[in-house]
Design a protein around this ligand. Structure first.
Ligand code: SAH
Length: 366
């Protein structure tokens, strides 16, 4: 896209001129989900022709095993006759299509489920409707009001897109990292730059943060806090479970903001609105927000270990029996990508949440 045609650059400039520098969270929010020109609103970001590929797009085995996990939770929780199956950020709808195919033979499961998809992007909703043809589903832009009934939630690579604020400690002073503009003669430059701004915003900090060394950066997401609190309270009151899979870490230390454009890393400030922006998900924060709402939180385990515990290697063997040549080698490399400690198997982590009265979660509590 030509720089002159990039509406997000104009929107960011206007916002900074009127209201001053933007927090990283506000910058992410405008770039990713501005109602008209945001990256997710305008683009088809996922898959070989997009900017990035996700686990369900790599192999059908991913969604099939998540389907098995969901079916298991439903059976374990006394097969409720009405329950909500909620997906946060369903992308191309591939994961849900595989989940629904894999659960077809679980007696009573499909007739009990009420499918709810939380998706902000109209263009992705269209793709999801096509992937889920033949199933009735309800689309919502945010969680707000889930029906009061048992609820099973799945979120794969959703939390990493949520806006994050960054703070830096220099001696005893905390600064917030902001996005501002600087004058530049370079016509190629869009003139956005980082700026440290003194902050008195103490709402996020507690005494433990004294551990954080001089010069360190921490990341905090109010959106993740709000969503995890809402979901946890909902699950505690109505029973059910949530499965969160994302690339992440334990703790909030470090600058993890990154941009991906056409399957390559890019400068987060360089192509606003034309590239994906993400941060590593802080699973320790998720655990804390959820536990304070009274739910049980599972161990945090690596995606590879989780998928192996659910039987991905056996499933891969069965599928490979009918494959030859290029199809077989693609299938084998998909298994490797999803499970290897050097690839997504380790980078991606899985955590589960359940109501206190529910049995332990398959593959996550032992
Ligand atoms: N889960 C999918 C796609 C992950 S990409 C997969 O595994 O392939 C992130 C998804 O979250 C996209 O569908 C995007 O449009 C959606 N999304 C991003 N921010 C959102 C928000 N604030 N509210 C609802 N959906 C959002």
């Amino acid at each position: 896209m030509n720089r002159k045609d990039n509406k997000i650059i104009d929107i960011l400039r206007k916002e900074i001129l009127c209201n001053g520098a933007l927090s990283i969270a506000d910058y992410m929010k405008i770039c990713l989900t501005h109602p008209e020109h945001g990256y997710y609103i305008r683009n088809k970001p996922i898959g070989a022709t997009g900017d990035f590929t996700t686990s369900p797009e790599i192999s059908q085995m991913f969604g099939e095993l998540i389907g098995l996990w969901i079916g298991h939770v439903w059976i374990d929780q006394q097969k409720p006759k009405n329950f909500s199956l909620v997906e946060l950020g369903p992308g191309n709808g591939t994961l849900m299509a595989d989940i629904l195919r894999a659960t077809k033979r679980i007696s009573g499961f499909h007739s009990a489920l009420n499918l709810i998809l939380i998706e902000i992007s109209p263009s992705l909703r269209k793709i999801q409707k096509n992937s889920l043809k033949g199933f009735s589903a309800q689309w919502k832009t945010d969680l707000e009001t889930l029906p009061k009934q048992p609820t099973i939630v799945i979120a794969n690579e959703f939390f990493d897109t949520l806006p994050v604020r960054q703070f830096k400690r220099n001696s005893d002073q905390w600064y917030e990292i902001m996005v501002n503009m600087e004058a530049s003669d370079d016509p190629e430059s869009n003139d956005f730059c980082y700026q440290l701004m003194k902050t008195r915003d103490k709402i996020f900090f507690n005494s433990e943060d004294r551990r954080i060394g001089d010069g360190c950066i921490i990341e905090i997401s109010k959106s993740i806090q709000d969503i995890v609190r809402y979901l946890s309270k909902h699950i505690e009151e109505n029973s059910g479970a949530a499965l969160i899979i994302d690339y992440g870490k334990e703790g909030n230390l470090g600058n993890t903001l990154q941009a991906v454009h056409q399957h390559r890393y890019a400068d987060p400030l360089r192509f606003p609105g034309e590239q994906d922006l993400t941060c590593l998900v802080d699973f320790e924060a998720i655990r804390n927000y959820a536990e304070r709402s009274g739910v049980v939180v599972s161990n945090l385990i690596c995606q590879g270990d989780f998928l192996k515990a659910l039987g991905i290697e056996e499933r891969a063997r069965v599928l490979s029996q009918n494959l030859r040549g290029k199809a077989l080698s693609l299938h084998q490399s998909a298994l490797e990508r999803l499970t290897s400690k050097k690839l997504m198997g380790n980078l991606f982590k899985v955590i589960g949440i359940r109501s206190e009265i529910s049995p332990p979660l398959l593959g996550l509590e032992f």
